[in-house]
Design a protein around this ligand. Structure first.
Ligand code: GLN
Length: 246
């Protein structure tokens, strides 16, 4: 089956090898006999409604975010329709911030966001950098990755985080939570790239993309020999633990 992927602003939002997440989606889909049909969508390109089963946007510095902010806000209605329609979404760091209402940088410049995630982000002086370990109780899993952001992301009251911070800063360094989850849409600060060391999340998103394509319910994907991925997770989680508390 062809899974239709929209990769947003790959030429602007792609730091810390976040593009590696697309490679993981492609391989894990191929190992189950599916093919990814990836459409790169950047500034001025049309984001066609209901055209994608999975949308992905990576991270970027303030400068690149400023270049795409007006365009992503202009795509808000189609992005909202994708999230509301059950497409799988993965947004990392700068891309995560711009799916919220706004990102205000450390000079106080406010960048418009798409407003499809219930959050807003204000940059602080001290960057939040280092290995992170999250407990995703809703999935009975942990996530390990790397964070590097000035933004402090505040979720709206009642909004679901992606996970509880076991080690690291997370959304704002004080809430004790990281990321945001709305239906099949996930935003997170975790770089790495995220998915090679957290294969369960790649499969969770792929299963929902396939369900979106077929119109059915998400089904557990066939297990893969993820020894290497599990080892990468263990190493990354160990580095986060060695950071000590938060
Ligand atoms: N520029 C944003 C910040 O500093 C996002 C950084 C990123 O994508 N790593 O918070």
């Amino acid at each position: 089956m062809k899974i239709r992927v929209g990769h947003l602003y790959p030429d602007y939002l792609n730091i810390y090898a976040d593009r590696g997440n697309i490679a993981v989606f492609a391989r894990r889909a191929a190992w189950r006999g599916h093919e990814l049909d990836v459409e790169e969508i950047s500034i001025g390109d049309e984001l066609r409604p209901d055209a994608h089963d999975l949308l992905y946007v990576g991270g970027g510095q303030d400068r690149e975010q400023a270049l795409v902010a007006v365009d992503i806000a202009a795509k808000a209605a189609t992005l909202y329709r994708a999230v509301d329609g059950g497409a799988a979404v993965l947004a990392v760091c700068g891309g995560y911030q711009l799916l919220g209402r706004f990102y205000r940088d450390v000079q106080g410049h406010e960048l418009s966001g798409a407003g499809v995630l219930p959050l807003e982000t204000i940059a602080g002086e001290r960057r939040m950098i280092g290995d992170v370990l999250l407990d995703c109780e809703w999935a009975g899993q942990t996530l390990a990755g790397f964070e590097n952001h000035a933004g402090r992301t505040i979720l709206d009251e009642g909004a679901d985080p992606l996970g509880r911070v076991v080690h690291g800063h997370g959304n704002d360094g004080s809430s004790g939570f990281e990321g945001c989850r709305v239906g099949n849409a996930i935003g997170t600060y975790l770089h790495g790239p995220l998915l090679p060391r957290n294969p369960w999340l790649a499969d969770w998103l792929l299963a929902r993309a396939i369900a979106h394509r077929t119109g059915g319910e998400p089904k557990e994907l066939a297990a893969l020999p993820d020894d290497l991925e599990r080892e990468a997770h263990t190493v990354s989680a160990g580095r986060a633990r060695s950071r000590g508390g938060r």
